[in-house]
Design a protein around this ligand. Structure first.
Ligand SMILES: Nc1ncnc2c1ncn2[C@@H]1O[C@H](COP(=O)(O)OP(=O)(O)O)[C@@H](O)[C@H]1O
Ligand SMILES: [Mg+2]
Length: 277
């Protein structure tokens, strides 16, 4: 076997979407490094996320996927490297900073508060007060308004199975709960939504619903980072696929340029991308 047998071609950009990739990335990382004692979490990672794309991030356990998105969303502060939004350097000290900049994150665990109703979950930590002194002096919440707008947000995302915004989230199915979490992330003028394994705990039908929703958000202009172990899901929805390996970027491919087998081979180190011409 020659070296060539171990190499696969570069991924390039998705066919038919050249317009998107001629723009400036909305979010970029340059040479991100973070260590935890003697463990290297990220070893100089670059990432680009373009407006209106779904960028999947794949990699084996410990490859640095979660660490990468934690750096991008203010949960970790990298030791070195740069994060840029629309080409401008940003310095997130805490998740709230990233959120203010329009980056929302949905984690697999604890995405919603089960005992609260749907509208309250959507407005968690950003409740809207009633207009006038009732809101400003008596701190009364605009519950009716929040329910109405929550209903509109859910409707826009096509989750028709949810009828009543006053329904407690604990009475919803896993897929519906995750849909509420994604709707919440997408509902407040966010530009970037980061999803860490959003379908990991869901059945086939529910995963399908959440994937549809993710595509709709992308088609509405949001930029999405999707971390997933589920290769069929990734190949179904991703525009491009960022492959992490041992804390470093192994390469970026597209579902058209490489099949799942090749993607997994790059992920495990069985194959590598040929040096670019
Ligand atoms: N807070 C932390 N403290 C110590 N080590 C960490 C911490 N966060 C991540 N790591 C280490 O960094 C590496 C990358 O982890 P992670 O980003 O969680 O991988 P992935 O999400 O791809 O499975 C692993 O070796 C992990 O043990
Ligand atoms: Mg992880």
């Amino acid at each position: 076997m020659t070296t060539r047998d171990l190499e696969v071609a570069h991924g390039g950009i998705p066919v038919g979407k050249e317009g998107i990739y001629s723009q400036q990335p909305i979010l970029s990382a340059r040479k991100l490094v973070i260590t935890f004692g003697r463990v290297v979490g990220l070893d100089g990672v670059d990432l680009d996320l373009y407006p209106g794309e779904i960028l999947a991030v794949i990699g084996d356990n410990g490859a640095g996927k979660s660490t990468l998105i934690k750096c991008l969303t203010g949960a970790y502060i990298p030791d070195s490297g740069e994060i840029l939004m629309n080409g401008q350097p940003v310095h997130f000290r805490k998740p709230q900073d990233a959120r203010m900049a329009g980056i929302e994150t949905v984690y697999q665990q604890l995405a919603v508060v089960p005992a609260l109703d749907i509208a309250s979950n959507l407005y968690l930590a950003r409740e809207e007060r009633r207009k006038g002194p009732l809101g400003s002096v008596f701190r009364m919440l605009d519950k009716k308004g929040m329910e109405r707008r929550a209903g509109q947000a859910i409707q826009r995302l096509g989750i028709q199975t949810i009828q009543n915004m006053g329904q407690a989230v604990e009475t919803l199915s896993g897929g519906q709960r995750q849909a509420v979490a994604v709707a919440r992330a997408a509902a407040f003028g966010s530009k970037v939504v980061v999803l860490d394994e959003p379908t990991a705990a869901l059945g086939v039908k529910e995963s399908g619903m959440v994937l549809e929703m993710i595509k709709q958000l992308r088609d509405g202009g949001l930029s999405i980072i999707l971390i997933s172990h589920n290769m069929p899901h990734v190949w179904e929805v991703a525009d491009r696929i960022h492959i992490q390996r041992l804390g470093a970027l192994a390469g970026v491919i597209t579902p058209q340029s490489h099949d799942m087998g090749e993607g997994v081979a790059i992920m495990t180190g069985a194959k590598r991308l040929a040096p670019s011409a």
